[in-house]
Design a protein around this ligand. Structure first.
Ligand SMILES: [Zn+2]
Length: 429
């Protein structure tokens, strides 16, 4: 499907629209959210000081902790009667972050998800099988209404029940499947066990989100299921899934729907903007949200922005596939490592299956890392040579060698049927 005109806007016109919407958002937040009013007052800032997006760095940043401190509804900017729906993001510790939507917010959400689906290659009249969890989590319902907005059929299966997923997609001829990347691999394995050839399943596109996906992982999914693997991105604090999505033409970065969300990239340590094209932490400002306007939210996700023209015709900026989080950083004996860097090195090696786990511990006050990696089912080389290659590559590329490297047989590392897969186990505290 052709991109909508706004997705291919002239950048100058887009900037004017963003500036106008930013002024409205700041005024709305200042008038209706005591948290923002007090913060701006303390900084000696008035909404009138913000003329356009060029002034955005004057504004305060919003952090995860602010949602926690203002729990449950301190950040809401509308009266209860205007709130049409509530969602919450699963906090691993403590209270969840509660988020809210007016009717208009829900329309915007459906619109940006529909745009994302169209970019992924989903068609009006097609069938989308949604395996994101329904309920308070924004994944399930967020995708659901976007599919309807696109004019496709939605099969609201939700997460889990993998055999049933396989049967339904076969019987109902689903074109598109939505899930986490680790679940896509689990689906392929389950289909195989059931006697299907995963490449013969009717799906032609898998849209994955909620979990980072490195390029080798994506290639593995595309190869095993004969699909296009498309990355979608979003977070509840901003709206849910549909903040950005890859186009199937380029599959090279996720177009951010900039008429609704304004992106910045900052140095995670200082909060200062980085040079264009440099990696840093993604910061997002909502431009049209009514129930929960958010100024300069620090997502914790590491990415870079790419303003080059895209072959799909969209002019909206692309963010790199998020493979690391500012707070995922592992410091092991003083070496800074992201799990995604280890994944990148290891999964590229012949004979390695895309399942691994990292265990961190302390021995005699020293950090110790144990890396466990699964071998491919039909491994056609010796484990010894594989182990040697893994150790050498890690040492060459990352200047790092795990204290213990275990190669295990296919299927030995636990799979996650529901929710996000856990790969790092830090036992140091
Ligand atoms: Zn594109």
């Amino acid at each position: 499907m052709e991109p909508k005109p706004v997705e291919a806007s002239d950048r100058e016109e887009l900037r004017e629209l963003q500036s106008e919407r930013l002024r409205e958002t700041v005024a709305h937040a200042y008038e209706n959210v005591p948290f923002y009013r007090e913060t701006l007052d303390e900084m000696g800032l008035s909404p009138d000081d913000i003329d356009g997006v060029e002034d955005i760095t004057k504004l305060p940043m919003t952090r995860k902790e602010d949602f926690r401190d203002e729990y449950p509804d301190g950040l809401f900017a509308v009266d209860d009667e205007e709130v049409a729906r509530i969602h919450a993001s699963s906090g691993t510790t403590g209270k969840p972050k509660i988020v809210s939507y007016t009717d208009d917010d829900l329309d915007v959400w459906s619109e940006v998800v529909a745009r994302s689906l169209a970019a992924s290659g989903a068609e009006e009249g097609g069938t989308v099988q949604n395996a994101y969890g329904y309920g308070l989590f924004t994944g399930g319902l967020g995708l659901h209404y976007g599919v309807e907005e696109l004019g496709a059929t939605v099969i609201p299966v939700g997460s889990g029940g993998t055999q049933r997923q396989v049967e339904l997609m076969t019987d109902l001829e689903s074109d598109v499947f939505t899930c986490t990347p680790s679940y896509a691999l689990y689906l392929a394995e389950t289909a195989e066990e059931m006697g299907y050839d995963p490449r013969e399943l009717p799906i032609s596109t898998i849209i994955f989100g909620a979990e980072p996906c490195t390029d080798p992982m994506r290639e593995e999914i595309e190869e095993r299921l004969d699909v296009d693997g498309i990355d979608i991105y979003g977070l509840s604090e901003i709206i849910g899934p549909g903040v950005s999505c890859e186009c199937h033409e380029a599959q090279n970065g996720l177009h951010i729907w900039e008429d609704h969300f304004y992106p910045e990239v900052v140095d995670p340590r200082t909060g200062e903007p980085v040079e264009e094209g440099e990696e840093g932490e993604l910061v997002l400002t909502t431009l049209t949200k009514e129930a929960l306007p958010v100024l300069r939210y620090r997502t914790g996700d590491l990415t870079t922005l790419n303003y080059e023209e895209c072959e799909c015709g969209r002019t909206m900026v692309r963010m790199d596939n998020v493979t690391g989080r500012a707070d995922d950083l592992l410091i092991v004996r003083g070496v800074n490592l992201y799990p995604s860097e280890i994944e990148h090195v290891v999964l590229d090696i012949d004979g390695v299956a895309p399942h691994y786990r990292i265990d961190l511990d302390k021995e005699n006050n020293l950090d110790v890392m144990e890396l466990t990696i699964e071998c491919e089912e039909d491994l056609d080389r010796s484990k010894q040579s594989l182990e040697k290659e893994i150790a050498e590559r890690l040492s060459n590329v990352l200047q790092f060698t795990p204290d213990e490297l275990n190669l295990v047989d296919h299927g030995e590392i636990g799979r996650s049927e529901v929710g996000k897969v856990q790969r790092v186990y830090d036992h140091r505290n």
